[in-house]
Design a protein around this ligand. Structure first.
Ligand SMILES: *Cc1c(COP(=O)(O)O)cnc(C)c1O
Length: 433
């Protein structure tokens, strides 16, 4: 019997070629290549388009966004306060227009999802409900290179409840000399400390390495020790399919300005698993927007919290930002995550292949090799490099993200990056090494 290694199978399925002609052929065969035309691609002052590899930081603007925002500006001009009912998309229920589409993107049921606030704010609101420490069960586990905002949020929650973050924060670290996290190490931590742990708050796709963790397994491990499990999907939403409902994680949150292309500082998506939808007893903060919609405007009723994710809202939301989200989600709805993920795997596979063709041993890809353990981002570690390399890439119209001491994060976003972009990027990088 012939046993093929995974690498051999992947190589067999994706036997790429190292040429511009071939890259252009992939673009011609790409059923999603038309999408690039639907985005504003920034460029230099001579009008030459940038090769944009930072959609993981700020996604590009759909050409339809201004039309969607203008609709709301016009309705505001024409209707004033009556726009809450009379606008083409009445503002009172505007957020409901986003729910189904957002739910599909993250694999959730509509009752589990709402768009509101910004990401870090939502993490705090979710911890109000899902971080309920006791004297003996109060610790929080995060991954060792968690995004700084998440770390600060968790540290401040611990302090707020009277615990010492140095003692109560447990880091899930890669093994000595490695970059990637392994589930067996999380299991070991839980075997030893599980009884003292109240919450796991983990980045589903790590912002630095691009590693996509098995969140269903994480939920199983955490729940086996009676811990709550929350996932930050800032680098996951629109990039991978986390299947949030089936994963059984308790809660999740993500921003919409990275892969979801909704503009700087745009609102966050929030997920609370259906199993908590009816739990009106959960501690939470309140405002008029998580009060029962039917009686919200009677104003003097005792507080009556809504079911599902909407029961975490506080305020009436910013419609102009939601209009930008709607513009983007309508594109996701049209294309579908399945088609996007298919292209994403091919595009990132091509990128990886070309990097491996570089005749120099200075580059190492720290992102996982297996396509199911990453999204589109590849993090390239460049031996002896300094920020000059990043500067030179930028001078060559290639926009990437530099992380000290020696990592370039690059995200070929399937929505608007071409195979030719990827080819030209790698050729330029090679020439600069
Ligand atoms: C981008 C990002 C944030 C940013 O949070 P905001 O509240 O939107 O400023 C937080 N956490 C992670 C993991 C991120 O990738």
């Amino acid at each position: 019997m012939i046993v093929l290694s995974l690498r051999a199978i992947v190589f067999y399925l994706m036997a790429y070629q190292n040429s511009l002609v071939y890259a252009k052929q992939l673009d011609r065969e790409d059923p999603l290549s038309y999408l690039r035309e639907e985005f504003h691609i920034p460029g230099d002052k001579h009008g030459k388009e940038w090769l944009y590899f930072t959609g993981n930081s700020l996604g590009l603007q759909p050409k339809t966004t201004s039309k969607y925002i203008k609709q709301e500006l016009d309705d505001w001009a024409n209707f004033g306060v009556e726009g809450h009912f009379e606008a083409k998309n009445p503002w009172l229920s505007y957020h409901e227009l986003l729910t189904d589409k957002m739910a599909k993107i993250v694999g959730a049921k509509p009752i589990e999802v709402v768009v509101m606030n910004t990401l870090t704010t939502n993490l705090h609101l979710l911890m109000v409900s899902f971080y309920q420490p006791t004297k003996t069960k109060y610790k929080i586990i995060i991954e060792s290179d968690a995004f700084p905002s998440d770390r600060y949020a968790v540290q401040s929650q611990l302090s707020f409840h009277g615990f010492d973050p140095d003692e109560a924060l447990i880091e899930w670290k890669p093994k000595e000399g490695k970059e990637l996290l392994e589930l067996e190490d999380l299991k070991s931590i839980l075997d030893v400390h599980g009884d003292e742990v109240a919450l796991l708050l983990i980045g589903g796709v790590n912002y630095y390495t691009g590693q996509y963790l098995d969140i269903k397994k994480i939920a199983e491990l955490g729940h086996a020790k009676d811990c709550m499990v929350g996932i930050d999907l800032a680098h996951g939403a629109g990039n991978i399919q986390p299947n949030l409902h089936d994963s059984c994680v308790d809660f999740a949150a993500w921003c919409t300005y990275k892969y979801l292309n909704s503009g700087p500082g745009s609102l966050s998506g929030l997920f609370v698993h259906e199993k908590h939808a009816q739990r009106k007893d959960l501690p939470r903060f309140a405002g008029w927007w998580n009060h029962n919609k039917e009686t919200r405007f009677n104003m003097r009723q005792p507080f009556d919290v809504m079911e599902g994710a909407e029961g975490w809202q506080l305020s009436n939301p910013p419609i102009l930002s939601m209009a930008a989200i709607k513009a983007s989600l309508d594109i996701f709805e049209k294309v579908g995550m399945d088609a996007l993920l298919k292209k994403s795997k091919q595009l990132t596979g091509f990128f990886e292949y070309l990097i491996h063709q570089i005749a120099s041993d200075t580059i190492k890809i720290i992102t996982p090799t297996h396509p199911n353990e990453r999204g589109c981002q590849l993090s390239l570690q460049v031996k002896n490099a300094d920020k000059n390399l990043h500067r030179k890439l930028t001078e060559n119209n290639i926009i990437t993200d530099w992380r000290e001491p020696d990592v370039i994060r690059c995200a070929p976003v399937p929505m608007y990056t071409s195979f030719e972009d990827v080819y030209c990027m790698v050729k330029t990088l090679e020439s600069l090494l």
